[in-house]
Design a binder for this molecule. Structure first.
Ligand code: FEO
Ligand code: CA
Ligand code: CA
Length: 643
């Protein structure tokens, strides 16, 4: 989710003016016009961009190029009302917002929604997609559990008669329905001759919502700052929300990352309340939703500690729908984008996390205990004990991982930290004091277990002023983001020192002022802006999805991105979203033959609402609003995605 209106800022960075945006805007307005033409061919676009259009010359040039790691036909950068996938592939809808998960689930009825129905249906704004392989069915059909986050609710797109920034229109039932539309879904899926389908009524199916009972574990569990009127023990919380990206652990549990939790809180703290600075650093209360009008715990004037119970990583056992999810506070509290993990050579598990806010940080958590294949399971509580580190990206190309540990250095009572609980609750402020590097909105952070490399998506940061650049965030007014590649020495993901380099500065390479650094082999369709989520496929190849590529006049989507050899830094466009949507997921099955994508907030846009969305994808019925959906991508002739 793009939080461009969220003004919460790292206090180490002041707000300020931009200098080159006007130039870029002028150039992009031309590109935006091109992007809106859905039928523009690649050659026509090439001509407009001043590139060679002679087919024979282009073919001859192509012969001299090093072989690409990807062989799929590239799609055009463009923007229209539906999705598009590379030729030779099929893109099918698997699950839409409101689809039933059980035989008794009410049918989707957009004019008569209720919390009761929503709790039995697929939630809104699908984001993270995880896949846990199950044993094949009795007939040999492949099966798996899909674990899908539902990040947030777009009230004015979901419900009739609601206008953005009009909390007066929110009813109690709307607030409760939104609470039921947040969280996540665990659903069994099965592949037959007709392709992957959800198993309606599977005993694995589960909805997790913003009022599902959960347990708080780790250093902050039971701390006074987590105590509320409803929970005097500070150990039991209702719900998870704003679940953005996530991860599947080596032992098969599902990690849900709580991101922009601030928006769901209303009210004002009493003057001089001790949580004032802490809440301000997290942007609490954001006041984007009306929940606090009806439910006291979302009003900070009534329950000032409730926000401290969100902003964590939640661990769920997807194979046990009766299990109690656990908020693992050892991994810190901030706007967690994701939680991808990997096993270090000595067996410790490393979880990488981005804090998606302008000028916030990249983290990794290293468990104290070791993962033992076949023994470590959902009850192992491995994520309750370990060291949380925040990254300092040094100018010399090294990364220093700074431990967020109470006691040594500045994390002491003199600076307001009286325990490790304080350190994890205020991980951002701890990172400030340790001298972490303020980044350009860190989103997905994905380790590659085979190479020891880790890819960091930095979406953008248009508020970085001239003079505030650093080596790892080299552009001020960074509207289009960049991707950093960290190398863990010898594949030791637990190392306290790593190296880094920028894989690519994103944006339009034909506009010099943008400062993009694509490999020149990238075509006019192969560059992207605002990288958000990513995946590494079974062949070790990197795929990147975007949230904000529409700022360049073309839809968000998925690009393959080469990371090795002479083609390193070459992008290739594979899939694009309908208008208004960002693309989340992506997730490959272990055989690389299926790719799941989450199309989030289709139909959104300036002034868009239930009555007047920018598209009615995927149903294209006047009776249906747009519906965020998970899609399944397969090759028509079978085989591995991407060639
Ligand atoms: Fe929820 Fe950072 O995107
Ligand atoms: Ca995003
Ligand atoms: Ca995201």
């Amino acid at each position: 989710m793009d939080q461009s209106e969220n003004t919460t800022a790292n206090p180490r960075i002041a707000a300020g003016a931009e200098t080159i945006s006007d130039i870029i805007e002028r150039r992009l307005s031309r590109r935006g016009f091109l992007g809106g033409l859905t039928a523009v061919s690649g050659l026509a676009l090439a001509a407009c961009a001043g590139r060679p259009v002679d087919a024979a010359a282009a073919a001859a040039h192509e012969m001299k190029r090093p072989a690409p790691a990807f062989s799929f036909p590239e799609i055009a950068r463009a923007l229209d009302q539906t999705h598009h996938v590379s030729e030779g592939y099929r893109a099918d809808i698997l699950l839409r917002w409101g689809d039933p998960l059980w035989a008794d689930s009410p049918a989707f009825d957009p004019l008569n929604q209720s919390a009761e129905a929503q709790r039995r249906q697929f939630g809104y704004n699908c984001d993270y997609v995880g896949f846990v392989t199950l044993d094949p069915d009795t007939d040999g059909a492949p099966r798996g559990l899909l674990c899908v986050n539902h990040e947030y609710t777009s009230t004015q797109l979901m419900f009739p008669g609601i206008r953005e920034d009009d909390p007066a229109g929110i009813t109690r039932e709307i607030a409760l329905t939104e609470i039921a539309a947040h969280g996540g879904t665990v659903v069994e899926i099965r592949r037959s001759a007709e392709g992957w389908k959800p198993v309606i009524g599977s005993p694995f199916n589960r909805r997790l919502t913003a009022d599902t009972p959960m347990q708080i574990t780790g250093p902050a569990a039971g701390d006074a700052r987590l105590v509320t009127g409803e929970d005097p023990a500070g150990r039991n919380v209702l719900g998870t929300m704003n679940n953005c990206a996530g991860g599947i652990t080596p032992w098969g549990t599902y990690l849900m990352a709580e991101e922009n939790i601030n928006g769901n809180f209303l009210g004002a703290l009493p003057e001089g309340h001790p949580e004032t600075d802490n809440h301000k650093r997290m942007g609490v209360p954001g006041g984007w939703y009306g929940w606090g009008k009806f439910i006291d715990r979302f009003d900070v004037s009534k329950q000032p500690n409730e926000p401290n119970r969100f902003g964590w990583i939640v661990e769920v056992d997807p194979q046990d729908p009766a299990s109690t999810p656990k908020k693992r506070t050892a991994l810190g509290r901030f706007k967690h984008e994701g939680a991808e993990s990997v096993v270090a050579p000595d067996g410790r598990v490393v979880v990488y996390c981005g804090d998606d806010q302008r000028f916030d940080y990249v983290y990794k958590f290293v468990t104290a205990g070791r993962y033992v294949p076949g023994e470590t399971n959902a009850d192992s509580n491995l994520l309750d004990d370990g060291t949380l580190y925040v990254a300092r990206f040094n100018d010399d190309g090294t990364v220093t991982w700074l431990p967020l540990v109470f006691g040594p250095g500045p994390l002491t009572p003199a600076n307001g930290f009286s325990s490790q609980a304080d350190v994890v609750i205020e991980a951002r402020r701890a990172g400030d004091l340790l001298g972490a590097t303020p980044m350009d909105r860190p989103e997905d952070v994905e380790p590659d277990p085979k190479t020891g490399r880790v890819y960091v998506m930095l979406t953008n940061n248009d508020r970085r002023k001239p003079g505030e650049e650093n080596a790892a965030n080299p552009r001020h007014s960074n509207r289009f983001g960049h991707i950093i590649e960290i190398t863990e020495p010898g594949g030791d993901f637990a190392s306290e020192t790593s190296t880094w380099e920028i894989l690519v500065r994103c944006g339009d390479p034909s506009i010099a002022e943008v400062g993009a650094t694509w490999n020149p082999l990238t075509t006019e369709n192969g560059w992207l802006a605002s990288p958000d989520n990513c995946a590494i496929d079974a062949q070790g190849r990197l795929w990147v999805s975007t949230d904000g590529n529409d700022d360049t006049g073309a839809a968000d989507g998925l690009w393959a991105l080469e990371t090795d050899g002479q083609r390193r830094g070459t992008g290739r466009h594979f899939f694009r979203c309908p208008i208004g949507a960002e693309l989340c997921g992506p997730r490959f099955t272990p055989d690389g033959e299926t790719l799941f994508l989450a199309v989030q907030h289709p139909g959104d846009g300036e002034g868009a609402n239930f009555e007047s969305p920018t598209t009615r994808w995927p149903d294209f019925s006047d009776a249906s609003p747009p519906r965020p959906s998970v899609m399944v991508i397969t090759r028509i002739d079978g085989g591995v995605i991407g060639g």
